[in-house]
Design a protein around this ligand. Structure first.
Ligand code: NDP
Ligand code: MG
Length: 386
């Protein structure tokens, strides 16, 4: 029996993780957390019977306690709850399927308790990779990637020597607006941006795929996860999303991982690594697929990716500013308060205004996040509303 805890169990990755638990009776859920979705968390507790759960605020936790009066489950609100679930004595692996920088502290807490991490939350490595990776190495903990690109790279590295790697090739679908001009992008609506051509994901990451910011975050994540230099990472647009990413070796040989676009494979691979388990669902049919294609990303139109590369090169606290500004800008876009092209504009304004910290600790990172939000809320608000 493998015991797991999940941060963000009501989200896109969280619910798919629970589907895998349903299909694999030797997985046992001991802890779950959600933000505000009390109805779904209640259902999950009744089905998976964890002994500890958390919701974001106290009122919601009180309500859940009343609803679950017939069950034996401990309910702890907010960050205290996230930390308690992350540190649970009997859990072996923590799935970090929560969205945002709120995932950093619980991930650190879990590593300190020697839990392996099935890492979906990108913000953790993007902003705190310099803290997380050395800590994981020190504690002898595995960081198992859930993001499909990083899982593909991880799978393509199996059995190989790290010294033989020459390049990581991260594939990108290009999102729903691939091939559009800036003029066309100025007209796009929220509904268009939420229509991802291949993947079904949470709203925030779906918008990040449309701006290519997601690919930028993935480049930063890959740098930390695989310990390579930025100039060893190349983004390749591959609209069919069949090749999930590739590794080029010093002899020119390239190893890729292919599959249908379904997050359940990378999640399951992380949970059972190094074993593979059978999985139901569609497989790649090469006759039906016909051909697959590749392009160079258009960084002049999709400025989000260019800014991400700039933040990655700058390093220090700059990726935190990039990430926080993007989070805020995306939430304004989801609330229809800014237009699509204002997302990279807001990010750039925040990056230009920031005084970079060379080696930020967790406090610096969280303070930088808040300062970035405040900057958008105050100084830039009049510029970004239309
Ligand atoms: P979702 O928005 O679908 O889910 C986020 C989860 O986090 C929900 O359970 C949500 O609870 C919870 N949550 C949000 N805010 C808080 C908070 N302040 N306190 C406590 N809990 C909170 O996100 P995704 O599943 O799409 O993504 C999760 C992470 O995985 C992100 O970092 C994303 O970048 C990454 N990722 C996602 C992929 C995907 O296919 N979806 C692919 C690769 C990476 P509630 O439901 O109650 O709001
Ligand atoms: Mg991805």
């Amino acid at each position: 029996m493998k015991k797991i805890a999940i941060l963000g169990s009501t989200g896109s990755i969280g619910t798919q993780t629970l589907e895998i638990v349903r299909d694999n009776p030797d997985l046992q859920v001991v802890g779950l957390t959600a933000g505000t979705n009390i109805d779904l968390l209640e259902k999950q507790v009744r089905e998976f019977r964890p002994r500890l759960v958390s919701l974001q605020n106290e009122a919601a936790c009180r309500e859940l306690k009343i609803r679950l009066a017939d069950m034996e489950v401990q309910i702890v609100p907010g960050m205290e709850g996230l930390l308690a679930v992350a540190e649970m004595e009997d859990s072996e692996i923590l799935v970090t399927a929560i969205v945002g920088m709120i995932g950093i502290q619980p991930t650190i807490a879990a590593i300190k308790k020697r839990k392996d991490i099935a890492l979906a939350n990108k913000e953790t490595l993007v902003t705190a990779g310099h803290i997380i990776m050395p800590l994981a190495a020190k504690m002898g903990v595995s960081i198992l990637p859930v993001d499909s690109e990083h899982s593909a790279i991880f799978q393509s590295l199996q059995g190989e020597n790290k010294e033989s790697v020459s390049k990581l090739l991260i594939t990108a679908s290009g999102g729903p607006f691939r091939g559009r001009t800036r003029q066309e992008l100025s007209q796009v609506q929220l509904e268009d941006a939420l229509k991802h051509p291949n993947w079904s994901m949470g709203h925030k990451i779906t918008i990040d795929s449309a701006t290519l910011v997601n690919k930028g975050l993935e480049v930063m994540e890959a740098k930390w996860l695989f310990g390579v230099d930025l100039n060893q990472i190349q983004v390749v647009v591959h609209p069919q999303s069949i090749i999930h990413s590739m590794v080029e070796y010093v002899d020119g040989g390239i190893i890729a991982q292919l599959g249908t676009p379904d997050m359940k494979l990378p999640i399951q691979y992380a949970l059972f690594y190094p074993d593979r388990r059978p999985m139901a669902g569609k497989k790649v049919d090469f006759y039906a697929l016909g051909n697959i294609t590749f392009e160079k990303p258009d960084m002049e139109t999709f400025v989000g990716l260019k800014l991400a590369m700039r933040a990655a090169v700058d390093g220090g606290s700059m990726p935190t500013v990039f990430n926080a500004a993007n989070e805020k800008a995306v939430s304004l876009f989801l609330d229809r308060k800014v237009q699509f092209l204002q997302i990279p504009e807001i990010i750039e304004m925040c990056m230009d205004a920031h005084h970079r910290i060379e080696n930020p600790n967790v406090e610096d990172i969280l303070r930088t996040e808040q300062e970035t939000y405040e900057l958008i809320n105050t100084k830039f608000m009049e510029k970004i509303y239309y």
